[in-house]
Design a binder for this molecule. Structure first.
Ligand SMILES: [Zn+2]
Length: 193
């Protein structure tokens, strides 16, 4: 469980990088982390999840620039979600896949909130993880794509209806792709719920 917590903290720290850099056109995930104010590259001591923020009292060591509370909050949220997945899973593989799924959902929520976009690769990652989860639990996935097709059809229908009747764009393409990915974990008869 402690290992899950530590991995969660580390991936939570990496999530802070992903939510800033993934929506950019020229994605570069491997540039060293730096202060947004003074551009000073951060040492490993300044990158310890939650602890660095607390020790530095939420400020850059070099220029005193305020570092948002959202950084440690996101790290803590990912770590707690990993612990929950670990505690509620019958086996380690399922725990790992559920943790990964919760990680992708957290990324979707934060990036959607900040940028109003749901990235295609996150929808693909969620779809693949749900399918792996179904296989890990020995479930039949032969009809999974039928559920996805039906949901996509309903999503496109709703989007078109909102535009025609109310003249509003209530659903984006990313929303429809996400809601079509989720039923991969459901049986067709569970769809209405
Ligand atoms: Zn600074």
């Amino acid at each position: 469980m402690i290992l899950f917590f530590i991995i969660g903290l580390t991936l939570g720290s990496f999530a802070n990088v992903l939510i800033r850099r993934l929506p950019q056109k020229n994605i570069n995930l491997w540039t060293p982390s730096h202060c947004f104010q003074c551009a000073h590259s951060l040492s490993w001591l300044e990158l310890i999840p939650i602890i660095s923020w607390c020790i530095q009292k939420g400020r850059c060591k070099h220029c005193n620039y305020s570092i948002s509370l959202l950084y440690p909050l996101l790290e803590g949220t990912v770590a707690v979600s990993f612990i929950i997945c670990f505690n509620f899973s019958p086996q380690l593989l399922v725990a790992c896949l559920l943790s990964l799924l919760s990680y992708f959902f957290i990324l979707v929520i934060v990036i959607d909130f900040r940028e109003k976009i749901i990235l295609n690769w996150l929808n693909i990652a969620i779809s693949i993880t749900i399918l792996c989860l179904q296989l890990a639990e020995h479930k039949d996935i032969s009809l999974a794509f039928l559920s996805t097709f039906i949901t996509a059809f309903v999503g496109v229908g709703l989007k078109t209806a909102f535009v025609k009747i109310k003249n509003v764009h209530a659903l984006g393409g990313g929303d429809i792709k996400l809601m079509s990915a989720l039923p991969l974990g459901l049986e067709v008869q569970q769809l209405p719920y």
